[in-house]
Design a protein around this ligand. Sequence first.
Ligand code: UD1
Ligand code: CA
Length: 457
Amino acid sequence: MLISVILAAGEGTRMKSKLPKVVHKICGKSMVNYVVDAAKNSNCESNVVIVGHGKDKVINSIEDKSTKFETQPIGENMPYGTGYAVMQAREHIKEDDQVIVLTGDTPLITGETLTNLYNHHKSGGYKATVLTADFENPTGYGRIIRDSLENVTKIVEQKDATKEQRLIKEINSGIYCFEGKYLLDILDRLNNDNVQNEYYITDAIEILNNDKEKVGGYKLNDNTEIMGVNSRVQLAQAEKVMRNRINLKFMKEGVTFIDPENTYIEKNVSIGRDTIIYPGVVIEGDSKVGEDCIIDSNSKIQNSTIKNEVHVKSSTIIESFIDDFTKVGPYAYLRPNSHIGKNVKIGDFVEVKNSIIGNNSKASHLAYIGDAEVGKNVNIGCGVVFVNYDGKNKHKTIVKDNAFIGSNSNLVAPVIVNEKGYIAAGSTITKEVNKGDLSIARARQVNKEGWVEKNNK
Ligand code: UD1
Ligand code: CA
C-alpha cells in the first residue's frame, strides 16, 4: 500500500506568529491542507499527519475527513526533529508499504510530482528516494551530497554543513519515498548527534548508504513546487505561485482575466465560462460565480453564489445569493443572508442584510434593506431605510409584489406593505399598508404667503 506521513508538529518560530506555521493560509487554505490533497492525488491510501504545536488548529484546518493524526509530544525536555516526528507514525507503517514522507510547509507540491517520485523510486528498486532540486539560493535547506557516480550518499543540514558543502546548490525538498521495512528499521537507529540536537529524518540516507542499500535522487525541474515556507516572505512568495496556478486554470477553462497578476481567487472558488474578471477582484471561500458574468474592479465576493449574466460593479458581497441577470453596485454592500432574485437592480450605495428581494425589483440608490422580505417588481426609492432595529431587537419588514416605496421613506419594522401599496416620498410608515392603498405619513406642507419679505429675511 502507498501511504503518506506528513510532518506538521513544529512551531515555525521563523513565522513570528501565534499560529502554528502549517495553519497559515495561501489562497484561502491552510498550507498543510494542500499537502494532504497532493498526497491524496498521488493515490496514497492512508495519510497520517503528525501534529504537536497548536495541534487542534492544525487538525481543524484539514478539510479531508479521512486524514489520520498522530501527536508528537512537545515540551522543553522532549526530543525534537523531523526524524522524531516520523517515529510517531510507526504504527501506521507496514513492512511492505511504500511511504511518502512530506512536510506540512511545502504547500506547492503536486500529486503529479509525488507520483513521478514514486515511479522513479519503484523502477529504480531504491529503498529510499529523495526529491531534490537545484536552487540558485540554497540557503537554509539541507544539501544533497553525491558521490563520483552521482549516487546520493547523504544530506547535510545548513547548520551542520562545511563551507564547501554550503556551496552545493542541490537541495533536499524534505520529501522522500521509503520502503516501509527499511524506514521502520532506520527509525530505531536515528540519533540526535548534530548541531541542533534533533533527530533528523535526513540521516536515513547516510544510514542506508552505510548498509550498502540503494538510495535514489529524483530531481525536479519546477523548483517552485518544493519551496519551503518558513517565513512571511516565503509565505507571500508561495501565495503568488498558487495564485498564478489558480488563475491559469480558470483561463484554460474559459474565464477572462484582464490582469491575472492582480486578481485574487481562492482555491475552492468556481467560475463559469465567459465570465470577465477585472483587476483587484477578490473572490474567497466557497464562492461560485456563474457564466457570462462581469465582475468589476475591487469587488469582494465571499462564500456567495452568483448565477449567470450577473454584473457586479465594485461591490462587496458576503454569504449571499444573486440570481441571473441581476446588477449590483457600484459600491453596494450585500451582507450575510441576502437572497437577490432575477433581473434585480441593487444600485449604488445600497446595503442589504438578511433579506429576500424578488425578481425584477429595484433599489437603485442609497437605501438600507435589513431583515426584509421584498416581493417582485417592487420599487424602492432613493434613500429608503428599512428601520429594523429598536435598540434591543431586530424586526422584520414585508413588502409585497408591485409595491412602490417613495424616496426617503422609513419603514419602521415590524410592518407590512401589501401588494401594490404605494408609499409617498418622505413617509415614516409604522402601520400596515393595505393592498393598492396610497399611504402618506408626513406633515402637510404649509405655504405662508410673503413670509420672507415680511420678516426681513
Ligand atoms: C527540513 C530538512 C531539510 C530540507 C527542508 C526542506 C531535516 C532535518 N531537514 O529542514 O533538509 O531542506 O526541510 O523544506 O529534516 N516538524 C515536526 N516535528 C519536529 C520538527 C519538525 O513535525 O519535531 C515538521 C515541521 O512542522 C515542518 C517540517 O517538519 O512542517 C519541517 O521542519 P522544519 O523545521 O521546517 O525543517 P527545515 O529546517 O526546513
Ligand atoms: Ca521547512
